[in-house]
Write a protein that binds this ligand. Structure first.
Ligand code: ADP
Length: 202
């Protein structure tokens, strides 16, 4: 069924454009999509990256797995179907921020190529930048920031990525950060160097 047949009439043309909002903010909106295992460093990098961007006058919004799952996605679990729906909604939210001229920094394990492709498709090529936050499983498990690997190994968490659910290594990521080989500062700097030309107004 088309939107019209469902009595839905989206209005896009009469509202202020993304470009007008980007010009107001003096930035180009983008989605910075951090993918990687739990404890690989997504949240740490996002927090520092946001501070660096803020100090340079950029307006950003971090979208983080746990925050989203306590709010808009609190009815979703971790089955393959729910993980897909989780990312679909996040991609749609990111798109709203894009329309508002705002840069989002997204921290989601987003474990499969299919899920990341869906996000890329919704957000749009050219606005979606996939950054693989990579550290080997044993390093992530050693960090175990939230104690989740420990609980997964004890069988208390089902379908835990890297332990009992797959993580597919990104094949087409825009940038890879090896957090086992670099400091937090170096990692953030590398993301910053990559993103700045894409968000600066020329
Ligand atoms: P995630 O959000 O991917 O689950 P977190 O950011 O919560 O991971 O945890 C990553 C942990 O790894 C933190 O304790 C952080 O201090 C540590 N760490 C070590 N090196 C790095 C690095 N280069 N980049 C990001 N985090 C790092």
């Amino acid at each position: 069924m088309t939107p019209e047949e469902k009595n839905i009439f989206p209005v896009f043309h009469e509202i202020l454009s993304r470009e007008e909002k980007e010009n107001l903010l003096k930035q180009r909106a983008r989605v910075i999509w951090l993918t990687g295992l739990s404890s690989s460093g997504k949240t740490t990098i996002a927090r520092h990256l946001e501070e660096e961007l803020f100090s340079r006058g950029f307006l950003t919004q971090i979208l983080d797995g746990d925050n989203v799952r306590t709010g808009i996605n609190k009815n979703l679990g971790f089955s393959a179907e729910d993980r897909f729906e989780n990312i679909r909604r996040i991609a749609e939210i990111s798109k709203l921020f894009l329309q508002c001229g705002i840069i989002t920094i997204n921290c989601f394990i987003s474990p499969t190529e299919e899920i990341r492709e869906m996000a890329r498709h919704i957000i749009g090529e050219g606005d979606f930048f996939e950054i693989y936050i990579n550290a080997p499983l044993n390093i992530c498990e050693g960090r175990d920031v939230k104690g989740l690997y420990c609980r997964a190994r004890r069988g208390e968490i089902k379908e835990f990525t890297g332990v009992t659910a797959p993580f597919e290594v990104p094949e087409t990521c825009d940038l890879e950060i090896r957090t086992d080989l670099m400091t937090v500062k170096e990692s953030v700097q590398k993301v910053l160097n990559f993103m700045l030309p894409l968000i600066e107004v020329k």
